[in-house]
Design a protein around this ligand. Sequence first.
Ligand SMILES: *Cc1c(COP(=O)(O)O)cnc(C)c1O
Length: 389
Amino acid sequence: MNPLRPDTQAVHAGREDLTALGVHAPPLDLSSTYPLASFDAGGESLDSLLAGGGPTAGGNVYSRAWNPTVARFERALATLEHADGAVAFASGMAATTASLMAAVMRSGGRHIVAVRPLYGGTDALLDSGALGTTVTWCEAKSVGDAVQADTALVVIESPGNPTLELVDIGAVVEAAGEVPVLVDNTFATPVLQNPLDLGAALVVHSATKYLGGHGDVLAGVVAGSTQWVEAIRPVRALTGGVLHPFAAYLLHRGLPTLPVRVRAAQAGASEVAAWLAGHELVAQVHYPGLPGGDPEGLLGRQMRGPGAMVAFRATGGAAAVPAIAESVRLFTHAVSLGGVDSLLEAPAAFTHRMLQVADQPDADVVRLSIGLEDPEDLIADLDQALRSR
Ligand SMILES: *Cc1c(COP(=O)(O)O)cnc(C)c1O
């Protein structure tokens, strides 16, 4: 059979064992521990788990090492990201942390190269040196110059958060040479972009966002080759940032609608962005799908569509932002993104507040996560908010 198409994979991936189990919906396994099949077989399974592999016939041993509900979500996400495997975590930050630790352990180097803008938490984690790493910040085109003999990992994000610049992932991979590249694919989702196909070693998601999609799960996941998965799983078992099986169940339940959700939200975002661009009280709109929004021509080549995140600057600058944020009624004034309902926030004041002021996005930028409402209703809400001041 031909490889299944992505929309079909989203519905069926990670469900391969259900028929043999005699069930139709994935079961939710809340066990913290598991019966050991025998003294020797249990020990053998634990050996496999400690080495970063899956359980053998001896049993799952302990849920910090292996949980079947979590493993089904991981298999599904790995399929969608064209990866050998995936490792799920309690949050996106836990996934990034474990990836950094695995990269340092693998290479012995403690130097990270990273391209701004990044998600505020990732930026702060790298800048703080909390994991014993040092960071060189650079532009995407200077990655080759920034890489050193002890560089363990290159970290990028595309589209960038919050102003949605597209970074040429393939060009960064080439410039990084032997150094592995980690791509945060939270904004694009596997529906619109597959960084591993472009040569990235690792792809990370805050599954809290589009993968969860309903604003009720905090989670993260990293996908890559078998070698990377076997390096990252032991870090998760050692540091304990595991995903709760109920969260994995909800994430897996949401994956079949991921392509439909992303495409519908993207269609709405395109309408909202075009309307904002023509508004008398809007000075600038950041959206890859607008004229000039994709100077390197990466839409179509790297990313299959412009996505559902939009940023804009109102006339009146930063002083106009609080009134707009407090005047929306249909949008929720809140951080996070990627859910079925639309959110609005000012990155400098919230998602990127923990950064040094010089490293923050401009204070006049307003970020929108467009959900599944009728775009006409979203436009009416933004119009009254823009006119409220
Ligand atoms: C939210 C977010 C993260 C962090 O994920 P959490 O699940 O909140 O820990 C990382 N990267 C991006 C792009 C995000 O939007």
